[in-house]
Design a binder for this molecule. Structure first.
Ligand code: HEM
Length: 288
């Protein structure tokens, strides 16, 4: 078994060594003398200093209060200070980068949803309103639009990393399968979001894509009917896409990312394939 170096625990989380209180009369000062620490007058703290001290302690006090009730510090310490294999490199950040892209998409999506109208007659106008009149609207819309491509690229790169590093093998097969579902869901997000601006390009591109879906074997035609909300594109198609895009899939992705990360922390990450595991030392024969 390869042995990994123990991670260094930050000094801040290590409790100070417990000290026994001195016995009465032992180690004290001779009778009649003031203790040495009282000989020099203690520095007086102003009310402002005291307030500052309370302010400095407040975050840790609040965390302690929450932790006493949730007992989450054990889980967090296990997650944040878990062992990672030697040779872990920048390629291992692609999963976290994908997670970051998802969080950006979810956040910008919430703000876009405040101004967007999922209706065949008003969708295009609401997007123009976001881009031209809402403060920072074009910026947030741009982040969401470009962010979708970034997330798709990152998810593929992350999948490539896990594939080429052999991370799909035992015991991580289930995490690979969850990853495949996440990949499909990410692609479905990009697909359903493309229709929402409801301009000529997004409309006709979606018509083509749904027709491609319809040509799939067995489930294809049913899937296309489900996406169109009928046999043809109609007024309810955009509501169908919107509900899938901003409710159904984000919830599924969030839940699956939770399961994915749980398995990553439980199983640990794979060592790079170019690092060979150290073989155990051969047991020496006992001298007779
Ligand atoms: C929304 C999409 C995804 C997110 C947010 C995500 C997130 C992560 C994170 C943060 C890690 C740990 C760090 C790392 O190894 O990069 C990880 C590991 C892993 N991911 Fe993903 N992932 C996603 C999609 C995928 C996909 C599409 C696959 C493959 C089909 C996949 C397969 C794996 C595997 C097998 C591991 C374990 C890696 C190892 O043991 O070295 N993930 N993922």
């Amino acid at each position: 078994m390869p042995s990994f170096p123990k991670p260094k625990i930050p000094d801040a989380v290590v409790p100070p060594p417990l000290r026994k209180p001195a016995k009465p009369g032992v180690g004290g000062t001779p009778k009649g003398q003031a203790p040495t620490d009282l000989k020099t007058a203690p520095e007086r703290k102003t009310a402002g200093d005291k307030l500052l001290d309370v302010g400095k302690e407040a975050p840790i006090d609040a965390l302690g209060w929450v932790d006493q009730r949730l007992a989450a510090s054990g889980f967090l310490t296990g997650m944040l200070f878990r062992k990672v294999p030697k040779g872990t490199n920048w390629f291992y950040t692609l999963g976290s980068a994908t997670l970051f892209a998802f969080i950006v998409q979810a956040t910008t999506g919430v703000f876009l949803a405040m101004f967007y109208t999922p209706s065949a007659t008003q969708a295009y106008a609401s997007i123009s309103h976001i881009n031209n009149e809402v403060p920072l609207g074009a910026f947030v819309h741009g982040m969401h639009k470009w962010g979708s491509s970034v997330m798709v690229i990152l998810v593929f790169l992350h999948m490539g990393r896990t594939f080429f590093f052999g991370a799909y093998k035992y015991p991580r097969e289930l995490n690979w399968v969850i990853g495949v579902v996440l990949l499909i869901l990410t692609m479905t997000m990009a697909f359903t979001g493309y229709l929402l601006p409801f301009d000529q390009r997004s409309f006709w591109a979606t018509v083509v894509a749904v027709n491609i879906n319809a040509s799939g074997p067995i489930v294809g035609p049913y899937l296309a009917d489900f996406l169109r909300a009928g046999a043809e594109f109609g007024p309810t198609t955009i509501s169908r896409f919107y509900a899938i895009h901003m409710l159904l899939i984000p919830v599924l992705i969030a839940a699956l990312i939770g399961a994915h990360l749980y398995l990553v922390t439980k199983l640990g990450t794979t060592a790079p394939p170019w690092l060979k595991a150290k073989l155990p030392e051969p047991v020496e024969k006992e001298q007779v």
